[in-house]
Design a binder for this molecule. Structure first.
Ligand SMILES: [Zn+2]
Length: 316
């Protein structure tokens, strides 16, 4: 079973290396993550610290990224497998989130033990809850399941075109649903739900690692968009882009100051820049959908190339 690749460094050894002025030998370990739960454990070969790398991504995002990695390596059957897992866990995530929004003290694990684990029932629950919450019917006919069945049950090997079509179908489901979720549900509720899910996972893991020196590192590089911007924020983004291209040196200087002071760079209507305090506007947020599948394939290919050129030690 292929797992996604992670690149983990040891901060303790990194500090030691930097102190000695050794910049070439910074430790970076390429790890194949088989667990798929977003927690990867390695033991630093140099200082024997346990390093836990905890992904901030939700499970469906990890599966989707793995599917794209498999696609880039031309393993199309594996890609279809992970795409299917991604969609199934996405549906589970949305059901849990919608139930949590209704009642945050609900015991979600309890629901799955009551016969909801079957995928058709889960799809039915997802459909009903989505309608109940947003007043809109999702078109279930648009959810492509044929390819999955062919690959899983008839041992058909999917082509690049089949896999691309399937991935696009799933991305389109993500974009439709996430638009509603992120534009209509209070962000605090979503964050608190995501955080609770992460905490449960980490606590259970830490219990098994008593009395060891542990470095916990958080990683976040999801390719599935959770971005929302208000109209003014979007306008600022456009103005910033224009300004940074026109005056790259001035932009660098301002970015540096902004970093130090915790302020943001604001570009006024005349196109002049100033540093301002961050203020949350109360305008409605608009979801920025995940980019096209082709774009995601390009991102992952570049990421792979970048890391493959790096000097890497392979551990477990
Ligand atoms: Zn170390």
């Amino acid at each position: 079973m292929p797992g996604s690749y992670l690149y983990i460094t040891c901060f303790k050894c990194q500090k030691k290396y930097l102190k000695e002025g050794n910049l070439n030998g910074l430790p970076l370990y390429k790890v194949r993550n088989f667990s798929m739960d977003g927690i990867t454990q390695i033991i630093c070969p140099e200082c024997q610290d346990i390093i836990l790398s905890i992904s901030q991504e939700m499970l469906y995002e990890i599966y989707f990224q793995t599917a794209v990695e498999q696609f880039v390596d031309k393993n199309y059957a594996e890609s279809v497998f992970f795409l299917t897992k991604s969609r199934e866990t996405f549906i589970k995530y949305i059901i849990e989130l919608l139930l949590y929004e209704k009642n945050s003290s609900i015991n979600i694990e309890n629901i799955w033990s009551k016969g909801m684990a079957l995928s058709e029932r889960r799809l039915g629950a997802f459909f009903a809850l989505f309608f109940y919450r947003f007043g809109e019917f999702l078109d279930l006919n648009k959810i492509e399941t044929n390819l999955r069945n062919k690959v899983m049950h008839d041992s058909v090997y999917p082509t690049e075109e089949d896999t691309t079509k399937y991935a696009k179908n799933i991305l389109s489901l993500f974009n439709t649903v996430m638009k509603k979720i992120l534009e209509e549900i209070d962000l605090k509720i979503i964050m608190s739900f995501n955080h609770g899910q992460q905490k449960k996972k980490i606590d259970a893991y830490l219990k098994t690692l008593k009395d060891r020196h542990i470095q916990i590192q958080y990683a976040s590089d999801s390719i599935i968009s959770r971005n929302t911007f208000s109209k003014s924020e979007e306008e600022q983004n456009t103005r910033r882009e224009i300004f940074s291209k026109k005056y790259p040196d001035k932009w660098k200087e301002l970015a540096c100051q902004a970093n130090k002071t915790g302020k943001i760079i604001y570009i006024n209507e005349q196109g002049a820049a100033e540093l301002k305090n961050r203020v949350e506007d109360n305008e409605p947020k608009i979801y920025q959908p995940t980019q096209s599948f082709e774009k995601l394939v390009e991102i992952i290919s570049q990421r792979k190339k970048r890391f493959d050129n790096h000097s890497i030690t392979l551990v477990i």
